[in-house]
Write a protein that binds this ligand. Structure first.
Ligand SMILES: Cc1ncc(C[n+]2csc(CCOP(=O)(O)OP(=O)(O)O)c2C)c(N)n1
Ligand code: SF4
Ligand SMILES: [Mg+2]
Length: 285
């Protein structure tokens, strides 16, 4: 994408929302922007359909502001709450059938390499925990085993939120949800460790309460996927609707989970990724 595609036609200038105008004028296209620049523009504009306080909405806003190359990034989404927000985002994105996101991203990345061998095209999957750790796990794992140059970002709200609150593999043991009224019987899947064993060059767990940590993880993951191989970022992004939190309790919940050690942030950096990050010498924020 280039700025020309989001430019406002003169005849619509008086009806376009202010925040869209700000995105066109001050957005990150072609610049080394980061989460600190949010406030002068929003990559995800306010009128998105996600619930008030949704951890996904906040996380997506931070992810989108952290992309090192937004105009040449293609997001591959999957069915679930996050998919509903993409129509409010001025970036290339593809909606894939639920669970197929890593297969679609793999084909896309390979095709882009052939079609544009001299250009950087980042392919980034953004999908829910159900799409990533359960129904799409086969495709996720195959993309890691085959060392595909794509980044997978899981928005982990620990539930199938969009379908009313079923438990997912990422739901914590004993957690009670609308459609898991007796509490979950099994432990939470440790997909970050699985990603490491399956060949990811870089793995991070983070949350939207630490926006700088999230930004660094997303940038590192995308840069390492470009040069080395698959990368995985897992973001704890609670769902206030299904977990019956007030909208303003979401960030406190994230912080508490980190403090009590039930959802820590962390990184795994392979030797090759370490070499790459050192060679970049802080070149991008
Ligand atoms: C192939 C297929 N299977 C099942 C569904 C129903 N479905 C839609 S969203 C969803 C749950 C999504 O959960 P998750 O990936 O965690 O995203 P969230 O809504 O929690 O953000 C399911 C099971 C579907 N749309 N397509
Ligand atoms: S149901 Fe939960 S995850 Fe979905 S939009 Fe609402 S708060 Fe967000
Ligand atoms: Mg979910």
């Amino acid at each position: 994408m280039n700025k020309g595609l989001v430019k406002i036609s003169p005849c619509f200038e008086d009806v376009m929302p202010q925040e869209y105008k700000e995105l066109v004028e001050k957005g990150s296209y072609g610049q080394d922007y980061g989460v600190a620049d949010l406030g002068s523009f929003k990559e995800l504009i306010e009128e998105h359909p996600l619930c008030a306080g949704c951890g996904l909405a906040l996380s997506m806003r931070l992810i989108l502001a952290s992309l090192p190359n937004p105009e040449s990034t293609i997001i591959v989404g999957s069915t679930g709450c996050s998919a509903l927000a993409f129509s409010q985002v001025a970036l290339h994105n593809i909606h894939s059938l639920f669970g197929n996101q890593n297969a679609v991203a793999t084909g896309l990345k390979r095709a882009l390499k052939l079609r544009f061998p001299d250009e950087i095209k980042d392919v980034v999957v953004i999908a829910g925990d159900g799409a990533t750790a359960d129904i799409g796990l086969d495709m996720v794992m195959q993309s890691w085993f085959r060392r595909e140059n794509i980044t997978t970002i899981m928005l982990d709200n620990e539930a199938y939120a969009n379908t009313g609150g079923q438990e997912s593999g990422m739901t914590a043991e004993k957690a009670v949800l609308n459609m898991a009224p007796k509490g979950k019987n099994f432990p939470k899947v440790n997909l970050a460790d699985v990603a490491q064993v399956a060949g990811c060059a870089y793995v991070a767990t983070c949350n939207p309460a630490k926006s700088r940590v999230l930004e660094k993880a997303v940038k590192r993951a995308i840069l390492a996927a470009r040069e080395i191989g698959p990368t995985y970022v897992q973001i704890y992004a609670p769902c206030p609707t299904n977990y019956k939190l007030k909208p303003d309790e979401v960030l406190a919940t994230v912080k508490n989970r980190e403090k009590e050690g039930t959802y820590p942030t962390g990184e795994f950096i392979s030797a090759k990724a370490q070499e790459l990050f050192e060679s970049l010498e802080g070149g991008s924020k």
